[in-house]
Design a protein around this ligand. Sequence first.
Ligand SMILES: [Fe+2]
Length: 355
Amino acid sequence: MQHAGTPNDEVLGLATAPQIEEKIRVLILDDDRALLDSLHEYLETRGFEVDAFVRTADAIKALETTTYDAVVTDVLLDGRTDGQEVLKQARARRSDVVVVMMTAFPILEDAVGAMRHGAADYLRKPVNPRKLSAFLHREIQMRRFETESFALDDLVSILSELVARTIEHIDPYTRGHGERAAYYCDKIARRFDFNEVELQRLRLAAIAHDYGKIYLRDLSFLTKEGPLTELERQEIMRHPHLGAEKLAVDPRLKPITRAIAEHHERFDGRGYPYGLKGDEISLPGRILCVVEVLDALATRRSYKPPWPIEKIREFFHEQRGNAFDPAVSDRVLAAIEEEGAAFFAPDPDGGPGPM
Ligand SMILES: [Fe+2]
């Protein structure tokens, strides 16, 4: 490996840490009282500060005196398109406000109008509160991410929080997956000659490797039971490229985007999205590919318990030179040989891991 020679402090940045845990203020407007109450209640349990209104006039009055981070509104209130009016008001008060329009009748004309006035998205009723919460977190964090300049270690916290509150929140079986991926990457990379800077980059890539999933058109694929349709499969296959592309906006994250783009490439060239083969894939990318699978095998998922150590070892022998780079497989096998059960990351629910 090449030594970048950049000192840690410079890589991580030592600027004062910005406060990333401020309350997010959300206005919700809907004339359906039951929906309003359920969204209000749920968003508050997720740490949002919520003002909920049934009447448009009250919402507009609130917008005159309070600055909201996000506005969630019905399109049609009492049969009139008051939602558009609220949207305009909200934008006048704060140009980068996140706006979500909810509708039972997605009418093309309204969608176009909403886009023109800067609505972030349309959600079809009945609106799933978890989906709304994940969506708001994503949009608000991304707005900060794009407009403020953070030290790299703050970016790491923002990214892990974002992944935890969106992808890992929607699919509880992946809770802590990013953190565990970083843990395994570190263990494996130390058996190669990575220097500290390279190790840090790899850990960061591991935390953010599935970040592109946030941008999939429909997060519900992630927890779909049963096989995916061809279209859904193709949509999911966009996430490595999407994640790399979105993270590349920050020059400090550029060095990690290659590994993220490559984390589903297989050594034998049968992976996605590019079908790269052997050392066309970077070493960090080859390690991430192994770690992605390793964590899935070693933790409980909706469809299986953690695999026993012996079965994991067999799998690594089998995939050596197929899905996995032989050099990476050998390091994993050597580590399991030496450390046994202690090699595996702690189970997220405190249950037994591979034995
Ligand atoms: Fe992935």
